[in-house]
Design a protein around this ligand. Structure first.
Ligand SMILES: *Cc1c(COP(=O)(O)O)cnc(C)c1O
Length: 964
């Protein structure tokens, strides 16, 4: 440790409270002589780790970059023509550097506070408009986690929405990617509905059918006219979902025009690197009437206090944080950063650019197809877009090996079949190399290229309709324009690059540049998930090291990095519990106990894993109500599957009873799931695997430094004790189309999920080392307790543990002040925007409160700035109580204050413009003006608009606004 101010270690860069003077000042406020004395008091002695973390010695930033270079060099970058849902793409450098690699975009939080999120909400609305136009369906969300789980969500959507055929089975066409079939089957098995995989080319099978799933182009690349099977499905009362490649839809009739109810797919090839399988944004679009059943986040247009159009998340009453076990899905963190990247790709290329890319891709595939046919090699289908399957009896391995030797990866489908997928990066040389691997000389390829037709798929499927007609897809063409568009949007938002984001339960800590840098290196980003294992040695080494470190940190025996969000880790962990009971012949164990305080994803995930949720009460002091727990364990003893608790609890306290809770459930034959989203209060201090947990998920995008991306990507690894190891999610595929997975091993996403962002957590742990990570936890406790102590006299701290201490976050209770003044927690959250702050977590886990989590990365002066803002706001609440201004006419209710309101010629409020804009003096120097005033969410839900509004909407509103 170095507190002299000359920083030599990463630890001192990561931890905000780096100077001994600041630390002592804070400890003094709390009345503790040392950090360890504080931690010893806050954390119950009976859960403390017995030994220090056994991790490699901390490495410097320079060392980690060199180590990552060495790991990257162990991967082999080849031309990737494997396809199967993942394609080469050129990320425009202006988008790579100014979105994917820009902290203004990647450090933002999910846009729950829409007034400070208008930039990313606009980008996500562009994404929705792009998906809606290309699929021919009116409503699209932003976004889904991956194509396979999106398809599974589509199946569940159909099962919810198609009440007439609720008990019918789900029928999957045989021509769907195998990884998708595996994920859908897993969901069906958990929920107990029947799935049948059949070749639907000649119509539907007999019997009741709830819904069917088709894929365009198919697994074998075939572009098929689905109109007959879709209309048969309609006649039979079945719903229809189509998995569609977005790029192909620039040329091919979209699913919406063929009568599909739902479309899903990946947007990866719109400029998002392969990333060894993820993160990528998947999409889901629905026909009118299904919007309220759709899973995931939906951006909508509403209006602000001035009547200006403004964006915000719509229809949140469908979502897990409100509806819990009745939610449409458990998705919380999605793939915002990747959705934004894909949307910008469409904005930059426009419809004509995308069509040109699709035509080029198709031309390459057409040339190759013609050359192979000339050489008497049969194709699985002569109607294709970018992918062909070649029939080479007993020669497939040989062809794939020859291509690999020439630097190109192809797909080994089976002993007789090779798959080849072209994309926008495919060159003539690549096509020649592939042809040559099949034994076709390059002269024949050139001849074939000259002779090909323009479109080589079913003529009935040529797209006639327009898409991307909105001006935003026509006005940004030069790089200067794109650079400025990105900057303009980013400037509307508040992310970590401008302010502390004190969101409780979200752990918005530093995402350091050294951690981030390597993710876009081609040796990491350019690897297809299904390359032969020997081409991904560096990836596998990195993943194995990270796994072993996380196992050490959590005290479990194994971990899977496959789940690509916390919610997916929960689902995977609960599935493991379910399978464990099943294997022991205890299929009746299906009750999941969940405390009232739990995060909404917990209950929603339990339902997806086929469990019944029983709520356990919390006491007034925020602890689990032990007598209620005892009663519920007793009454459900034989059916008890699990308890799902968060530790420290979502109330921000270390429950001293946690061991007893675990023992009670174990004694009744149940398993203990410990939600690890709050691991930032445990790392190095206590291990869930040691104090009673059987399984936990971690949120690498919280505790382990992966940025939140404005709402994703995430990584939600699931860690288990030894007895659950056989049920950890497995890898569905290794370098070929075959499912090699052992029976009973669940699959929740692709291979290693969001592998592409794992170097971030790897670098974080490696640079912090065991002592650094422990000090981070201790500092997070110090800062949270300092804030609780300083603000406690102004806003009561709702729950505390031993000696009045909190864990890494604290809940400020506004309810009494609300009763006395009318000022709500929401008013306070919005007023903080005028001070340049992102609000703390609002109304979770208790309505009428704010939950504050500073993390270890904030320095004392930023913490003081926050405290000053909160105390100033408290003064304004008192002014309302004293009658200086009414609540309606207060700076609180009218917050936030955009520049247009503040400088308007008319100002008739009971407080001055200066008070509105500069409640504290320092704002005169650095001021963030929100682009809109407070947004009316309910209006937007009543008048749902989920695609880009016409430009005139803004013009009219602006002139009306000026007249006010
Ligand atoms: C964030 C969080 C989750 C959900 O994680 P996602 O990655 O958003 O799906 C679950 N539980 C708790 C307590 C959380 O804070």
């Amino acid at each position: 440790m170095n507190h002299s101010g000359s920083y030599s270690s990463f630890e001192d860069r990561h931890i905000g409270i780096a100077s001994a003077a600041d630390r002592e000042h804070m400890l003094k406020e709390l009345g503790y002589a040392s950090l360890s004395a504080l931690v010893d008091t806050a954390v119950p002695a009976d859960i403390r780790s017995k030994s220090e973390l056994q991790l490699p010695a901390a490495r410097s930033e320079e060392q980690i970059l060199a180590d990552l270079r060495a790991l990257a060099a162990k991967n082999t970058v080849r031309t990737q023509m494997i396809g199967q849902g993942f394609y080469g793409t050129h990320t425009p450098p202006v988008i790579r550097r100014n979105v994917l690699e820009s902290p203004a975009w990647y450090t933002a939080y999910t846009p729950y506070q829409p007034e400070i999120s208008q930039g990313r909400l606009e980008a996500l609305l562009n994404f929705q408009t792009m998906v809606s136009d290309l699929t021919g369906l009116p409503v699209a969300n932003a976004s889904m986690l991956d194509e396979s789980s999106a398809a599974a969500e589509a199946v569940l959507l159909m099962r919810r929405a198609n009440r007439a055929n609720a008990d019918g089975r789900t029928v999957l066409d045989a021509n769907i990617f195998p990884q998708t079939v595996a994920v859908i089957r897993g969901r069906a098995e958990a929920l107990g509905f029947e799935v049948e995989v059949v070749d639907l080319t000649n119509g539907l099978p007999e019997g009741d059918i709830n819904g069917i799933v088709l894929q365009q182009p198919g697994n074998n690349g075939a572009v098929t006219d689905h109109s007959a099977v879709i209309s048969e499905a309609k006649d039979r009362g079945a719903m229809v979902a189509v998995i569609a490649d977005l790029l192909s839809l620039t040329l091919i009739t979209p699913p919406g025009e063929q009568g599909a109810d739902v479309a899903i797919g990946n947007t990866q090839r719109f400029g998002v690197p392969l990333f060894f399988g993820g993160p990528h944004a998947a999409y889901l679009a629905v026909r009118a009437g299904l919007e309220r059943s759709m899973p995931g986040r939906l951006v909508g247009v509403s209006k602000d206090q001035q009547g200006q159009p403004a964006y915000r998340l719509a229809l949140q009453t469908r979502e897990q944080h409100i509806r819990r076990e009745k939610a449409t899905s458990n998705i919380c963190t999605a793939q915002a950063l990747l959705a934004i990247t894909a949307s910008m790709y469409a904005v930059y290329h426009g419809p004509e650019g995308l069509r040109a890319i699709a035509e080029r891709t198709h031309a390459k595939a057409s040339t190759l197809a013609a050359a192979l046919k000339n050489a008497d090699i049969a194709l699985a289908s002569e109607s294709f877009f970018d992918t062909i399957w070649a029939d080479v009896p007993a020669r497939a391995a040989e062809v794939v090996a020859a291509a690999e030797a020439a630097g190109v990866n192809l797909r080994l489908v089976d002993a007789d079949t090779v798959g080849v997928s072209c994309d926008e990066t495919t060159t003539d040389a690549d096509v020649a190399a592939v042809a040559s691997a099949f034994g076709v000389p390059s002269t024949e390829v050139a001849a074939a290229a000259n002779a090909i037709q323009r479109l080589n798929f079913n003529a009935a499927l040529v797209r006639e309709s327009d898409y991307l007609t909105h001006p935003i897809f026509h006005t940004v063409r030069s790089e200067t324009q794109m650079l400025r568009y990105l900057r303009r949007l980013a400037d509307r938002d508040l992310a970590l690059d401008r302010t502390m984001i004190p969101l409780g339960s979200c752990t918005m800590k530093l995402n350091s540049t050294a951690e981030m840098e390597s993710i876009s290196w081609p040796e990491f980003a350019g690897i297809h998930p299904y390359v032969p294992a020997e081409q991904s040695i560096g990836w596998r080494e990195l993943i194995a090291s990270l796994e072993s470190w996380l196992v050490e940190i959590t005290g479990y025996s194994a971990i899977s990095l496959q789940p690509n969000a916390g919610s997916q880790g929960e689902y995977a962990g609960l599935l493991a519990i379910r399978k464990y009971h099943l294997a022991r012949g205890e299929a009746q164990r299906d009750i999941c106990l969940i405390p009232a305080s739990a995060h909404g994803t917990n209950a929603a995930s339990a339902v997806l894993a086929g469990m019944r949720v029983v709520v356990v009460a919390n006491t007034e002091t925020g602890h689990i109500d032990m007598s209620d727990l005892r009663a519920k364990v007793e009454s459900h003893r034989d059916a008890l599957s699990a308890i799902m608790i968060t530790y420290p609890s979502t109330y921000g306290v270390y429950d001293a009873d946690v061991r007893e809770v675990c023992d009670l459930v174990h004694e009744a034959g149940g398993q203990v799931y410990i939600d690890g989203a709050n691991m930032n209060a445990l790392v190095g201090v206590a291990k869930p695997g040691e104090f009673g947990g059987d399984v936990s998920h971690l949120n690498l995008h919280k505790t382990f430094a992966i940025p939140h991306g404005g709402g994703g990507p995430g990584v939600g690894p699931v860690a288990v004790a030894a007895h659950l190891e056989p049920y950890l999610p497995g890898n569905p595929l290794q370098n070929s189309g075959e499912i090699t997975i052992a029976d009973g091993v669940p699959v929740v996403a692709t291979l290693f999920g969001s592998a592409g962002v794992l170097p971030i957590s790897y670098a974080y742990v490696a640079m912090m080392g065991g002592a650094g990570l422990t000090r981070a936890t201790e500092t997070a406790l110090l800062s949270a307790n300092y804030i609780a102590s300083r603000l406690g006299e102004h806003f009561p701290v709702l729950f505390t543990g031993n000696e009045g201490l909190v864990a890494h976050e604290c809940i400020l209770d506004l309810r009494e002040l609300t009763a006395a003044s009318g000022v709500t927690a929401e008013d306070v959250a919005k007023r903080l925007i005028d001070f340049g702050f992102h609000a703390p977590t609002l109304a979770f886990p208790v309505a009428g409160t704010l939950m504050v989590e500073p993390t270890e990365s904030e320095d004392l002066s930023e913490i003081e700035r926050f405290i000053e803002a909160m105390i100033t706001i408290r003064g304004e609440i008192d002014a309302v109580v004293d009658g200086d201004f009414s609540i309606e006419d207060s700076p609180l209710r009218n917050a936030p204050h955009p520049a247009a309101v503040l400088v308007s010629d008319s100002w008739e409020r009971a407080y001055s413009r200066e008070r509105g804009a500069f409640p504290v003096d320092r704002l005169r120097v650095d001021k963030y003006f929100p682009p809109v005033s407070r947004i009316d969410g309910a209006f937007g839900d009543r008048n749902l608009v989920c695609a880009c509004p016409p430009i005139e909407a803004f013009d009219t509103a602006a002139s009306e606004g000026a007249a006010l």
